[in-house]
Design a protein around this ligand. Structure first.
Ligand SMILES: Cc1ncc(COP(=O)(O)O)c(C=O)c1O
Length: 506
C-alpha cells in the first residue's frame, strides 16, 4: 500500500502522530486495511501528509505498541491479526521511550528494545562496548572438547540420561570444595543446586519465594535481568542507591523497615553496572540487618574471580553468613563460556527442597553431559588455570581502558576505577546526555549502553551514565573506540557550549 486516505487537523489539540494512528486504527477496524497489508513507507506518508518523518514513526510505533501492526526489520510495518495476544513493553522500556521524542527515535527504539531483551544487533565492524560477553576466540574449546570426549568414552549413553534435578553429585562436590578453597564458603554439596545459568537461578529463587505483592529491594542501578524476574512474579521493586563502598545501608534500613522485603538482591563484587565492590564492614552490616528484620539476601557473584586488584577480593556475604541468610548465585558465563548454560545456587537449608522441586518443574535438570564435562574440567584444575589465563588477558584490556578513558576526563567524563570485572561506569558532565552520546557513537559503529536501562525507578542523573564493557574487544579496538567517543564528546560539548555574540550593525 503506497498511501492512505487520512485527514489531519493541524489546529486540533490531539498530537499529529495520534491523529494518524487513530485514522489507521479506524481503517483497520473498518477492514479497509487487512491482515498482512503493508503500511506506506514512512517518508512517503510524511511527504503526503506534510509532516515530519518522526511523526509517522511515532504513529507507527504507537500502533505497534497497541498491537495493530508489526514491524519487520528492513521491510516495514504490516497489519497484524488482532486475535494474537497483546504484548506490552516492560515498564522500564515504556518509561524509557516516553522520555524520547526526537529524530533518532526509530533507531534508538529498535536498538534499546534489543538491548533490554539482552541482545543487540551489531554490524560486523562495530566496536562492541555494549556486551559484557567474553570474546569467543579465548574460549577453552579444545580443552572442553577433550573433557566432553572423556565423558562420552567413560559414561557412554548414561551421559545423555536424565540428571538428578539438583545436579550431578560429583560436580556439586567439586564446587563445594572449590568454594571453600577460593572464598572460604562452607556449603556441603547437598545445599548446592546446579542451574542452567545464573539467570535461571534467580528465576527459580523468584518462583520459590515470591508471592504477588511481595517486596524485593535491589541496588539502583542494578542488573535488569533480575528486575525482570522479580516483576514477572508481580513483586514490588524498591531500588536503593549505591555509594562508593556498596549500597547505601541507611536508606536500605529505612526501606527494609518500611516495606519488610522478602528478598534483597545484591552484587557485592564489581556490581553490574556500577562496578563497585562492597567494603567488608558493609557486608557485616547487611548480614546483621537480614537477621534483625528477617529477610533473605540473594548474592549474585557472577564476576567474582576476575579481580585485578592486589587487595583480597574473596570475602563475600556468603563467606560471612553464619545464619543461613544468603542465597549465593554463581554464573560460569562471564568467566568460562555463556553457551554452556551452567551456573549454581547455594540454598539455605530451609528452602533447599523447595528449590529442587521448582527446578524440576522448570526444566527437570540442567544438561548432564555438560555437568559431567565441567566436573572433569574442575577435577583437572583446568578451571583455575583458565581463570588465571583470563585474568591476564583481561588485565591488559582493563589497563588499556583505564589509560584511554582517562583522556575523557578533560570533558568532565569521570569513571569509578573498578577493582575487577569487565565493565566501566562513566558519569557524564551536565553538557552531555547519555542517550545522545550513545546514538552518535552507534552511528560510528561504537556501541555503548546508556545507564538508564539499569535503573529501577527514575532518578536525577540517570541520563548522565554510560556502561562500557571491554569483555568482547581487543586493545586496538579499545583505543579506536575510545578515540571515537572522545571525538563525539568534544563535538557534542562544543555544540552545547557554543556562545552567541551580538554584532554591531555598522
Ligand atoms: C549480574 C548478572 N547476573 C546474572 C547474569 C546471567 O548469567 P547467566 O548467563 O549465567 O544466566 C548476568 C548476565 O549478564 C549478569 O550480568
Amino acid at each position: 500500500m503506497d498511501t492512505l486516505s487520512i485527514q489531519l487537523d493541524k489546529n486540533c489539540s490531539v498530537p499529529m502522530y495520534m491523529q494518524i494512528a487513530n485514522s489507521i486504527e479506524k481503517l483497520i477496524d473498518k477492514n479497509e486495511l487487512s491482515i498482512g497489508d503493508k503500511l506506506p513507507p514512512i517518508r512517503k506518508l510524511a511527504t503526503k501528509l506534510d509532516v515530519n518523518n518522526v511523526t509517522i514513526v511515532n504513529a507507527y510505533k504507537h500502533l505497534e505498541v497497541n498491537d495493530y501492526v508489526t514491524a519487520v526489520k528492513g521491510s516495514g510495518y504490516y497489519i497484524k491479526d488482532k486475535k494474537f495476544k497483546k504484548i506490552v513493553p516492560s515498564d522500564t522500556t515504556k518509561e524509557y521511550f516516553s522520555s524520547i521524542q526526537n529524530d533518532d527515535y526509530d533507531y534508538e527504539y529498535e536498538n534499546i528494545k534489543l538491548m533490554t531483551s539482552g541482545q543487540i544487533e551489531i554490524s560486523e565492524n562495530a566496536i562492541n562496548f555494549a556486551s559484557a560477553t567474553p570474546d569467543p576466540s579465548i574460549f577453552p574449546v579444545d580443552i572442553f572438547k577433550s573433557a566432553l570426549n572423556e565423558v562420552l568414552d567413560r559414561d557412554k549413553g548414561f551421559a545423555f540420561g536424565y540428571q538428578e534435578s539438583n545436579g550431578y553429585e560429583p560436580l556439586r562436590e567439586a564446587l563445594s570444595d572449590y568454594l571453600l578453597r577460593s572464598n572460604s564458603i562452607k556449603v556441603p554439596s547437598d545445599f548446592i543446586q546446579i542451574v542452567s545459568g545464573a539467570q535461571q537461578g534467580i528465576d527459580i529463587i523468584g518462583k520459590c519465594l515470591l508471592n504477588p505483592g511481595d517486596y524485593v529491594i535491589t541496588e539502583n542501578p542494578t542488573y535488569s535481568g533480575a528486575v525482570s524476574v522479580f516483576k514477572s512474579r508481580d513483586a514490588q521493586i524498591v531500588g536503593v542507591p549505591m555509594l562508593q563502598d556498596g549500597i547505601d545501608t541507611d536508606i536500605l534500613e529505612e526501606n527494609v523497615k518500611k516495606y519488610h522485603p522478602k528478598l534483597v538482591y545484591l552484587m557485592t563484587k564489581f556490581q553490574n553496572p556500577t562496578t563497585i565492590s562492597y567494603s567488608e564492614e558493609k557486608l557485616y552490616k547487611i548480614l546483621k540487618m537480614a537477621d534483625k528484620y528477617n529477610f533473605y539476601i540473594v548474592e549474585d557473584d557472577s564476576l567474582a574471580g576476575l579481580s585485578f586488584s592486589n587487595l583480597s577480593m574473596n570475602t563475600t556475604l556468603k563467606s560471612l553468613d553464619t545464619n543461613d541468610r544468603v542465597i549465593y548465585v554463581k554464573s560460569f558465563s562471564k568467566l568460562l563460556m555463556p553457551g554452556l548454560r551452567i551456573g549454581f545456587v547455594t540454598c539455605p537449608e530451609i528452602i533447599v527442597d523447595k528449590f529442587m522441586m521448582a527446578k524440576h518443574t522448570t526444566d527437570i535438570s540442567s544438561s548432564g553431559l555438560i555437568q559431567r564435562a565441567l566436573h572433569i574440567y574442575f577435577e583437572k584444575g583446568q578451571w583455575e588455570n583458565h581463570l588465571s589465563y583470563m585474568k591476564n588477558i583481561y588485565k591488559s584490556k582493563y589497563d588499556a581502558m583505564v589509560y584511554e578513558l582517562n583522556k575523557l576526563e578533560k570533558y568532565g567524563i569521570t569513571f569509578f576505577k573498578p577493582q575487577g570485572g569487565l565493565n566501566f561506569w562513566l558519569t557524564l558532565p551536565k553538557e552531555l546526555d547519555a542517550t545522545k552520546l550513545y546514538l552518535e557513537c552507534a552511528k560510528k559503529d561504537v556501541l555503548l549502553v546508556p545507564g538508564k536501562i539499569f535503573y529501577t525507578s527514575k532518578c536525577d542523573n540517570m541520563n548522565k551514565t554510560i556502561r562500557i564493557s571491554f569483555a568482547g574487544t581487543n586493545v586496538d579496538e579499545i583505543k579506536a573506540g575510545v578515540a571515537i567517543i572522545n571525538d563525539i564528546a568534544s563535538k557534542l560539548i562544543n555544540k552545547t557550549t557554543k556562545k552567541t555574540y551580538l554584532t554591531p550593525m555598522i
